[in-house]
Design a protein around this ligand. Structure first.
Ligand code: PEP
Ligand code: MN
Length: 360
């Protein structure tokens, strides 16, 4: 798949002066609930109404969605409010039903994107239709698998495409429900600048009071849109209660979000930016010089260890270095997470250098 401007024509057709907003409940529960939420979202920044009809649940026994009947409620919501409809599809039957009920946007959920057979089945069912299809990232941080999903749709001649970043599962607990790993969508965006990128702060955070913060981060990274779970009675929602917001809380989020321009044509801005970038470029060259020097010293240590037949890895020394660097880093405003990541990378390279010398 090549970067292709046709992929974003559907987004441009909305002709918005702000990012695209998709909002609505995690799950359609009752006709009354669907209609109430849709009416409250009408006349806001929301363009597309979302609702889960079939819910993939981690364990059996939970609420698995109302099924096809909910599509009739959505159709009524669309007729009454003019909002477009977005629904998650996980197999060819879902696609067929969504097409029969005039769903405008179909999204592939995180648990489906991991399965190429399922994505292919969906792509085949949608072949040659002009629906908008959004692919959520797979639950595991695998960019190739995510792009592979988009590619299957593209090959089925579906050109109105986009991706949704909903974060990634981690074994260790973090403050997020699904860790954002921002570097993955950023890499995807740099490879495919014309593929619309939408953030799902609801599933990233799992908590309604973190939605604004993560939405702002996404907008600061030039995301094209947001999908935010919205419910009239979030605490009593049948799924994902903790992360849903009320329609009025959603409107407040839009008021609080700062929408920044991609760039500024003014000369003074460009001159100042150029000056700062020159400084950064100089520092980056110096950093590389220093790292090169450090590796030369590691080579000498490797030679010395070889001479005395001593093992390359010295854990005690390494832990001392790390502890010291975390403290020194903090004094310079650098986070512990960054220091640990950076020194682990430097240490690995240093060990590789020493290994090479010791085995030469
Ligand atoms: C959802 O959007 O309600 C959903 C199930 O999301 P995900 O596939 O990201 O878990
Ligand atoms: Mn949900």
């Amino acid at each position: 798949m090549e970067n292709n401007a046709a992929m974003r024509t559907w987004l441009d057709a909305f002709n918005l002066s702000h990012p695209l907003v998709i909002a609505g409940p995690c799950s359609a529960e009752t006709e009354e609930q669907v209609l109430k939420i849709a009416h409250e979202l009408k006349d806001s920044d929301v363009s597309v109404f979302r609702a889960g009809i079939w819910k993939p649940r981690t364990r059996p026994g939970g609420f698995e969605g109302v099924g096809a009947i909910g599509l009739k409620w959505l159709q009524r919501a669309k007729a009454e409010t003019g909002l477009l409809l977005a629904v998650e599809v996980a197999n060819a039957d879902h696609v067929q039903l969504a097409l029969e009920h005039d769903v405008d946007v179909l999204w592939i959920g995180a648990r489906t994107t991991v399965n190429p057979f399922a994505v292919q089945e969906i792509a085949d069912a949608l072949k040659d239709t002009d629906k908008i299809v959004l692919v959520k990232n797979p639950v595991n941080p695998d960019l190739a698998l995510w792009l592979g999903g988009v590619e299957r749709l593209y090959n089925a001649n579906i050109k109105k495409l986009g991706v949704i970043h909903r974060g990634f599962s981690t074994y260790e607990k973090t403050k997020y429900r699904n860790n954002p790993e921002w570097q993955l969508p950023i890499e995807l965006q740099s490879k495919f600048p014309d593929l619309p990128l939408i953030c799902d702060p609801s599933h990233i955070t799992g908590k309604r009071d973190m939605i604004l913060e993560v939405s702002q981060q996404a907008l600061d990274l030039n995301y094209d849109g947001l999908i935010i779970e919205t419910h009239i009675d979030p605490d009593n929602a049948w799924s994902d209660a903790a992360q849903q917001v009320t329609p009025s809380a959603l409107k407040q989020i839009f008021k609080d979000l700062r929408i920044r321009k991609i760039t500024d044509e003014a000369d003074d801005y460009n001159q100042r930016l150029e000056g700062l970038r020159t400084q950064i470029d100089e520092i980056d060259s110096k950093l590389l010089n220093i790292l090169g020097k450090r590796m030369k010293i590691a080579d000498s240590i490797g030679a010395l260890k070889k001479e005395r037949n001593v093992a390359v890895l010295q854990n005690k020394r390494w832990n001392e270095i790390l502890g010291k660097m975390v403290l020194e880093g903090e004094e310079r405003g650098l986070s512990e997470e960054f220091i640990l990541k950076m020194f682990k990378a430097i240490h690995q390279e240093s060990i590789a250098h020493q290994e090479k010398i010791i085995n030469s």
